[in-house]
Design a protein around this ligand. Structure first.
Ligand SMILES: O=c1[nH]c(=O)c2[nH]c(=O)[nH]c2[nH]1
Length: 306
């Protein structure tokens, strides 16, 4: 036992609060083939009669931060997420009214907005994060030849179904369960090289080309029934090469943004592919070039250098 019987010191505890910060909860609501998504980052801060835990080490009034995290995920299942405000109000009321020692709850919510990807395929379960991507361009000229590489980064997309991953190698370190219906999400980083050498007749409409490449990328993402992110990547590149004659080469760097189903069994709740933890790291990183046949690959392997 630690000896806490030290002489009284002229010290008092000031404002204090505690809780679990940045609970990344994704709630999918399935209405047949049409899915709806709510994507929140929820931070809980509780305060009240918390002197003892600080000064004597007694945890008798402490609802664990781990429990506050579980409550966020369980509420997403039990009550759904209507709006950030409504969800926050519900949580705050719960903590203050259910715990005598908690007198104040501050719930901060960031909500990430998604819009649907319009496409010709089946279902409505493909989304793009709104207003996010950065457009890129790199022009190189050595006095005789030109190289134009365009690109984008941070184009965040998500399919809430039509993604599987199974049949992979299993060695003694493999624990990953096979997935037959998972979320597939990535922040697309891509660069594409034009087949262009200062030929005024053939100068692409750069803005139009950018919009079209982005459209094809999104549609291929939405319409591919994916057995791996690698397969989706290849379809995205193929669609660009097949539809855009001005482009010879596309390189992608795609982080696999893992979404783990939250185990709600301990709370007597069944998670029917509805409530996910959006993990930020580590992430899979899938990178490849898709080329027009007969052309040379010139975009470097590491896109951070471009
Ligand atoms: O689409 C995927 N490709 C992989 O190579 C991989 N590896 C892994 O663990 N999950 C996934 N998902």
């Amino acid at each position: 036992m630690a000896d806490n019987s030290r002489p009284a010191r002229p010290v008092v505890l000031g404002q204090n609060q505690y809780g679990k910060a940045e609970n990344r909860v994704v709630r999918i609501t399935r209405d047949g083939d049409t899915h709806h998504i709510k994507d929140l980052n929820v931070s809980v801060a509780l305060s009240g009669d918390m002197d003892e835990v600080h000064t004597s080490g007694s945890n008798a009034s402490v609802l664990p931060t781990d429990t506050t995290k579980n409550t966020v995920f369980a509420f997403a299942k039990e009550h759904g997420i209507d709006s950030a405000e409504q969800f926050g109000i519900h949580l705050a009321r719960h903590f203050v009214t259910s715990q005598p020692a908690i007198h104040r709850a501050r719930i901060r919510v960031e909500e990430y907005a998604w819009e649907r990807i319009e496409h010709a395929g089946r279902g409505a379960h493909s989304f793009v994060r709104t207003g996010q991507e950065t457009r890129l361009a790199q022009i190189t000229y050595d006095g005789s030849s030109w190289e134009v590489v365009s690109g984008l980064k941070d184009l965040t997309v998500l399919n809430s179904t039509d993604s599987e991953f199974w049949g992979y190698v299993k060695d003694k370190y493999t624990t990953l369960p096979e997935a037959h219906d998972r979320i597939l999400a990535t922040d697309v980083s891509a660069r594409w090289r034009f087949d262009w050498t200062d030929d005024a007749e053939k100068t692409p409409d750069w803005d139009e080309s950018y919009e079209q490449v982005k459209k094809h990328m999104l549609q291929a993402f939405a319409e591919t029934y994916s057995l791996s992110l690698q397969q989706t990547l290849y379809q995205m590149g193929t669609r660009i090469i097949e539809h855009r004659a001005e482009i010879d080469e596309v390189r992608f760097s795609l982080p696999n943004k893992h979404h783990f189903l939250v185990d709600l069994e301990p709370f007597g709740l069944k998670n029917d592919n509805e409530v996910y933890l959006a993990a930020d790291r580590p992430y899979g990183l899938i990178e490849a070039t898709v080329l027009r046949e007969g052309r040379e690959a010139r975009i470097p392997a590491d896109l951070t250098n471009l």
